[in-house]
Design a binder for this molecule. Structure first.
Ligand code: DAH
Length: 341
């Protein structure tokens, strides 16, 4: 009987060590240690043994049960480890594999140039002001000294919103000057970029919606020299230190005197070519000394204070900067075009 038990033990231990998974292991447990298992079957025959043999065999049987149980436990632990190991391997994340870069958008070229311009002015102590695109006629025309009979007030030029002509889509950023002068006292030094609207047919240089950047400085002793200094600085920072400008007399109702600023053509250096249409110069912006009446209407005493203002078309700056000849390209949102800048 002893030999039988030992043979059974050896077989059981060998089988357990080779069990490939948990189910196989459980089957072995049932086969050897279960109620109807082989060890139980042997023990049932104990009755046939002599009184001396019984305790010896009993002890051996217990020993074998313990051995088999221990072997089951250790095999179970080994299998669990292997299972975990396999899962970890399978689910492992290799952080060294290069990722797939998502296609990133970028700034529109109009925004890029606007950011450059605002940076330049913020660097000179200007703050940025915002104004409404739906504007009161009072601010856009009356308070800017634009006469009753001026063509800009016609329905063919301006997008009116109310029949009584009191509200319209602003046709320039200049009304922000009035809004700022109404609520703040000098010294004033602001820049105000934004959209403006005009009833223009779309072509290579016109659009019914475009962007302007308005500038206004009001303080004691401001002169045309300040105007020229600031605008020359802007041009040199935008287009390079050797940029040449000129100021021509002009007329705007809200400035006196008024001027337009041209830059010398980059292409021909003033000789006249296709880019500047033979002129040698390219018109960039309108400017002037704030009209005393405009100051007065905002309650600023023109005897004490003076100021200068300017308004520049942002699209024009962009087109000059990157040699873009057709404004429509800026609005068509063709990524192949916009990606170049
Ligand atoms: N508002 C003018 C326009 O749209 C541009 C302009 C000219 C703005 C002279 C000014 C200025 O502030 O002083 O044509």
């Amino acid at each position: 009987m002893k030999e039988m038990l030992q043979a059974m033990r050896d077989a059981a231990l060998a089988a357990i060590r080779q069990a490939g998974d948990m189910e196989a292991l459980e089957a072995l447990r049932v086969r050897y240690l279960g109620k109807k298992g082989e060890l139980t079957a042997v023990l049932k025959q104990m009755g046939r043994l002599s009184a001396q043999e019984r305790p010896v065999i009993g002890q051996l049987a217990n020993q074998i049960r313990a051995q088999v149980e221990a072997e089951l436990d250790s095999r179970r632990a080994a299998l669990a480890d292997a299972l975990l190991e396999a899962r970890l391997k399978e689910e492992a994340l290799d952080v060294t594999i290069p990722g797939q870069a998502p296609a990133l958008g970028k700034k529109h070229v109009i925004t890029t140039v606007l950011d450059e311009v605002t940076d330049i002015f913020v660097g000179m102590g200007f703050t940025i002001e915002d104004g409404p695109e739906i504007e009161l006629t009072t601010y856009d025309f009356d308070r800017l000294n634009i006469p009753e009979n001026h063509t800009v007030r016609e329905w063919t030029d301006t997008f009116y919103i109310s029949r009584d002509e009191k509200v319209h889509l602003r046709c320039q950023t200049s009304p922000v000057q009035v809004r700022v002068m109404d609520k703040t006292r000098p010294p004033i030094r602001i820049l105000s970029p934004g959209r403006v609207y005009r009833k223009d047919e779309i072509d290579a240089t016109h659009s019914p919606m475009f962007h302007q950047i308005e500038g206004l400085v009001v303080d004691r002793g401001i002169t045309m020299g300040d105007l020229k200094g600031i605008l020359n600085t802007l041009m040199q920072k935008l287009y390079g230190p050797d940029t040449v400008t000129r100021f021509r007399p002009h007329h705007f109702p809200f400035t006196e005197p008024s001027c337009e600023m041209d830059v010398q053509c980059f292409e021909c250096r003033g000789k006249g070519c296709r880019v500047c249409k033979g002129e040698g110069w390219i018109e960039i912006l309108g400017a002037g000394m704030v009209h005393p009446w405009v100051l007065e209407m905002s309650g600023i005493d023109p005897a004490e204070y003076s100021g200068f203002a300017f308004g520049v078309g942002l699209e024009r700056l962009v087109m000059r900067r990157f040699n873009i000849s057709d404004m429509r390209l800026l609005y068509e949102n063709d990524v192949r075009f916009l990606d170049q800048f």
